[in-house]
Ligand binder design. Structure first.
Ligand SMILES: Nc1ncnc2c1ncn2[C@@H]1O[C@H](COP(=O)(O)OP(=O)(O)O)[C@@H](O)[C@H]1O
Ligand SMILES: [Mg+2]
Length: 308
């Protein structure tokens, strides 16, 4: 049987409360292939950051397991790099030194010169040059600081890179430029990435697949939406791809309507429990090319779980 690079099986998180447990999410089962870029979208509070922290080994699930390259994830490791929304740079170190710090830990056998050259390459890849390499975080703009965080994470070349809304705090212009840099770095490195975003257009630009979570409590990873748009992708022309709006409409429709409807159904007593459920695979771009309606027929089955 084919072994996925990352396998998430029946993950759940619950917190004990006075009227029984609060089930944040349950039965989250999905996988990532090596080199894939996967985004996850869902309303605030459904458990995205918790899932990411479990993948990082920084949090423990209440149920379920995570396997990376066949080994169970039980704690943090340099094999898994994390970038949070609020760049956690060491304030007393320069950009370069923030990057070399991680590289040195990851590659203890490398010479000083090797570490420096490698780190500079990644800083240049995210557009930090002309002296920005030697400035301290306080002397950089928010966008530049986030670039340092990204360079640092990529430079350690983790097996899996985890990004938790890394551009959430940036203005639209800066965000766009860093998205471009990220696309470029991913094309060059084939880095496997799992990224949380609340921005549908960002997900379509960057991802090979988008996982959709229903609202909590009892949230689930309900769908895996393929972004069948060729690479290289360009932020300014991607909207002209015939698959763009079918995919976008599908994602928006999920967030506006179905994330709540599916959550309401999941809370009915007859729907509770059950086996870990793989997300429904959909490909709105391919359906549009084939002249299919943008919501696939399987969807009807899922919507009809409780009659009507
Ligand atoms: N200690 C706790 N007790 C009860 N609920 C908690 C606790 N920690 C987190 N939660 C709940 O877990 C949910 C998931 O949080 P999070 O993973 O940050 O969601 P997201 O990243 O999707 O916004 C939230 O609704 C939050 O209220
Ligand atoms: Mg979050």
């Amino acid at each position: 049987m084919h072994q996925h690079f990352l396998e998430v099986k029946g993950l759940g998180k619950r917190f004990p409360g006075k009227d029984g447990d609060l089930v944040v999410f349950e039965n989250a089962s999905f996988s990532l292939e090596r080199g894939e870029f996967v985004c996850i979208i869902g309303h605030s509070g459904c458990g995205k950051s918790t899932i990411l922290n479990v993948l990082a080994g920084l949090d423990r699930p209440s149920e379920g397991e995570v396997y990376m390259a066949g080994r169970e994830v039980r704690g943090p490791s340099l094999e898994r790099g994390v970038v949070f929304q609020n760049y956690s740079l060491l304030p007393w170190r320069s950009s370069l030194s923030n990057v070399t710090f991680g590289v040195r830990a990851r590659r203890p056998g490398w010479s000083k010169a090797q570490v420096r050259e490698h780190s500079l390459r990644y800083l240049h890849m995210v557009g930090l040059k002309d002296g920005a390499e030697h400035r301290k975080p306080a002397q950089l703009s928010g966008g530049m600081r986030q670039r340092v965080s990204i360079a640092r994470a990529f430079a350690t070349e983790p097996e899996l890179l985890l990004l938790d809304e890394p551009f959430g705090a940036l203005d639209a212009l800066t965000r766009g430029t860093i998205q471009d840099e990220l696309l470029k770095v991913c094309a060059e490195t084939h880095q496997t990435v799992f990224m949380i975003t609340h921005d549908v257009d960002e997900a379509i630009l960057l991802a090979d697949r988008v996982l959709l979570m229903t609202n909590g409590p009892h949230a689930r990873v309900a769908e895996s939406v393929r972004v069948s748009i060729e690479r290289p992708r360009d932020r300014t022309t991607i909207v002209h791809d015939p698959a763009y709006y079918p995919i976008r409409n599908h994602l928006v429709d999920f967030l506006v309507t179905r994330s709540r409807e599916l959550a309401d159904r999941a809370r009915l007593p007859e729907a509770s429990g059950g086996d870990p459920m793989e997300p429904l695979e959909v490909d709105p771009g391919a359906d549009a090319r084939a002249g299919e309606p943008s919501l696939p027929p399987q969807h009807g089955r899922l919507m009809a779980v409780n009659g009507n």
